[in-house]
Write a protein of this length. Sequence first.
Length: 205
Amino acid sequence: MISIDIEKKLKAYKGVDVLRVKKDFATGSITRITGPSGVGKTTLLKMIAGLITPDAGRIVVDGITWFDASQKINLSPQQRMPGFVFQDYALFPNMTVQQHLEYATKNTAWINRLLTIGKLETFTDHKPEYLSGGQQQRLAILRALAIKPKLLLMDEPFSALDVKMKGDLIADLQVLFKEIGATALIVSHNPQELDRVSGDELEVG
Ligand SMILES: Nc1ncnc2c1ncn2[C@@H]1O[C@H](COP(=O)(O)OP(=O)(O)OP(=O)(O)O)[C@@H](O)[C@H]1O
């Protein structure tokens, strides 16, 4: 169970200037996070990952306090180690597809399985600049999964994929999430995208 009750004053957002989120996520659940542009969806994911510090509140994951403003507990991103798919992918320009995955894990069988799921088997020696937008996005997803994270934070992870690729990938990811026992929080603007897999929705703002 992931229990979040946090507040953060946002810089320069008209109308709503404080982001408040109070929500419990069941272990193994997939939640779609929605809300208008600029409301703080990315900021929320980054606060959970430990990349941005909330002003107040608590984050408790499986009984472990990751953040507590009043008790001054704030685990580092390395201690939290979620899988994170950034909206702009944040790939390493000088690393090939294979090196991105090997940087995260030494488990070759797992790497090969991820490459198959992401349909990147024939691109293992390509660097990001020689990949299409959709291939880069799939690599960002595979890299996040390489560490078999218990928590996956995904920021618009399917925005560059065509409908068929997206459908296939989401079906495969569902199986993988179950297998590794991951809880997923997925920011998505597209209402149809996660209809069949996401049991829950969190509307921010
Ligand atoms: N570290 C930070 N501290 C406070 N405010 C921040 C911080 N980083 C970003 N913000 C502000 O938070 C607001 C929301 O940005 P954010 O990227 O979280 O929105 P979003 O809902 O993900 O938007 P979009 O759907 O367009 O990606 C912005 O106005 C931004 O200036």
